[in-house]
Design a protein around this ligand. Structure first.
Ligand SMILES: *Cc1c(COP(=O)(O)O)cnc(C)c1O
Ligand code: SF4
Length: 348
C-alpha cells in the first residue's frame, strides 16, 4: 500500500481518543462528531503542540460548533441553485467547478462543504462521465476547477482519466485548475509518480490551502518543491479564521512562507456562513485591517485578493480597504499605504 493511503487509513475519527489526549469533555465531542464528523491524519495530530494551537483549532471538533447563529446556513454559496450536473457548479461565464471527490484527508472544522461530511458522498464513474460530457459540450468554458472534497484523494488513474478526457474532449479548455489541501495535510500524497502524471496535462494550476505559517513542515515544503519543479503553477487560498490567523503579523508571515515555497498568494477568504462555524467568524473590518497591513508594507507578490463569496450564490467580490479620500473635478485625492495624502490630476 502506498504510504499516503496507509496514513489515511489510520486517521483518527474517534473523538474519545482525542478527548483523552487533550483532556477534553468526551460527551460534548461525541455530540459534535455525530453532526460534523472528524478525521485527522496521525501525522497532523502529532504536529499539534498544545490544545488550542492553530493546527488544533482547524481540525479538533469544538463544542462551539453546536451553537448555531441565525445568519448561518447549510449551503451559503447557493451551490445547489447553480448545480448543472451532480458534479458541476457553474456561476460564471467562462469557468465551472467540477466536484470529483467527496473525501478529504483532514476535515477542516470551518469547511464550506461541512454539510457534505454527513452525507459522506461518493462520486461515481457515471457522475464523472456526466461532468466530462458537460465540459465537452460547453464550449464557452475556458477554465475548469477540479475540486471536491479533495481531488488528490482519488487514485492516480482515476485522476488521470479526468484530466486526459478534459484534454481529449474539450480543446476549448485553456487551463485546468486543481484545488487541494494535501500538500499541507497529507504531503505524502505528492509522490513522484503523481507529479509525473500531472505534468502531462499542462497548463495546470494547483491551488493549495494554507492558513498558518506553522503548517509548513519540511515534508510540506518538499511536496511543494516537487510540484513547482514540475512546472505546475502554484497558487494559494487562505480562510480568515478567528484565533488562527486573524492577525496582520501571522498573515504577513504566512504570505512570505508561501512565496518562499514558490506559491503565489491568490485569495484570502472571509469565512463562509456555515452552520457550526460561528466561533471562527471575524468582522469584515478585521480582513480590511490585514489587507492594509500587507499593501505597501510587504512585496506586492505577498498581496492576495481578499474576497467574500456572497451568501445566496452571488459569487466572489473583492473587499478593498479605502484609499480614495476625495474625488474632485480635476482629479482624485488618495491616502497612500503610510497615511500620506497625494493628489492625482486626471484627464478628460
Ligand atoms: C470560486 C469559484 C470559481 C473560481 O473563481 P475564480 O475567481 O476564477 O478563482 C468558479 N466557480 C465557482 C462556482 C466558484 O465558487
Ligand atoms: S480540505 Fe477543503 S474541502 Fe476538505 S475539509 Fe478542508 S476546507 Fe473542506
Amino acid at each position: 500500500m502506498e504510504t499516503w493511503k496507509k496514513i489515511l487509513s489510520q486517521s483518527v475519527t474517534d473523538t474519545d481518543q482525542l478527548a483523552k489526549i487533550f483532556g477534553l469533555p468526551p460527551d460534548e465531542l461525541r455530540r459534535v462528531n455525530a453532526i460534523f464528523p472528524c478525521r485527522i491524519p496521525k501525522t497532523i495530530l502529532k504536529r499539534i503542540k498544545y490544545a488550542g494551537d492553530p493546527i488544533f483549532k482547524q481540525c479538533i471538533p469544538a463544542p462551539a460548533e453546536l451553537h448555531s447563529d441565525n445568519d448561518l446556513m447549510d449551503d451559503p454559496l447557493g451551490e445547489i441553485r447553480f448545480k448543472k450536473r451532480d458534479v458541476i457548479v457553474k456561476k460564471y461565464p467562462d469557468r465551472c467547478l467540477f466536484l470529483v471527490s467527496g473525501e478529504c484527508a483532514m476535515y477542516c472544522r470551518f469547511c464550506t462543504r461541512k454539510r457534505k461530511f454527513r452525507e459522506s458522498f461518493n462520486v461515481t464513474r457515471t457522475q464523472i462521465d456526466e461532468g466530462l460530457d458537460y465540459i465537452a459540450k460547453h464550449t464557452e468554458l475556458r477554465d475548469v476547477l477540479i475540486s471536491g472534497g479533495d481531488p488528490l484523494l482519488l487514485d492516480d488513474d482515476k485522476l488521470e482519466y479526468i484530466l486526459k478526457n478534459i484534454r481529449l474532449r474539450a480543446p476549448h479548455i485553456r487551463i485546468i485548475r486543481i484545488g487541494t489541501r494535501t500538500p499541507g495535510v497529507l504531503p505524502e500524497r505528492i509522490t513522484a509518480k503523481l507529479v509525473k502524471m500531472l505534468k502531462k496535462y499542462h497548463p495546470l494550476y494547483l491551488n493549495i490551502h494554507f492558513n498558518h505559517p506553522e503548517e509548513f513542515s519540511p515534508q510540506c515544503c518538499r511536496a511543494l518543491r516537487r510540484l513547482a519543479d514540475a512546472g505546475i503553477v502554484l497558487g494559494s487560498q487562505t480562510v480568515l479564521l478567528k484565533g488562527v490567523n486573524d492577525d496582520p503579523e501571522v498573515m504577513r508571515e504566512l504570505m512570505w512562507k508561501l512565496l518562499e515555497n514558490r506559491v503565489r498568494p491568490y485569495y484570502i477568504f472571509q469565512c463562509d456562513l456555515i452552520y457550526g462555524t460561528e466561533h471562527f467568524r471575524t468582522p469584515l473590518k478585521k480582513g480590511m485591517e490585514i489587507m492594509k497591513a500587507l499593501r505597501g508594507w510587504s512585496s506586492g507578490m505577498a498581496n492576495p485578493h481578499f474576497v467574500i463569496d456572497l451568501p445566496g450564490g452571488g459569487g466572489k467580490v473583492p473587499v478593498v480597504p479605502e484609499y480614495l479620500i476625495d474625488q474632485q473635478h480635476s482629479g482624485f485625492l488618495y491616502r497612500n499605504y503610510c497615511g500620506e495624502e497625494y493628489f492625482y490630476p486626471d484627464c478628460e
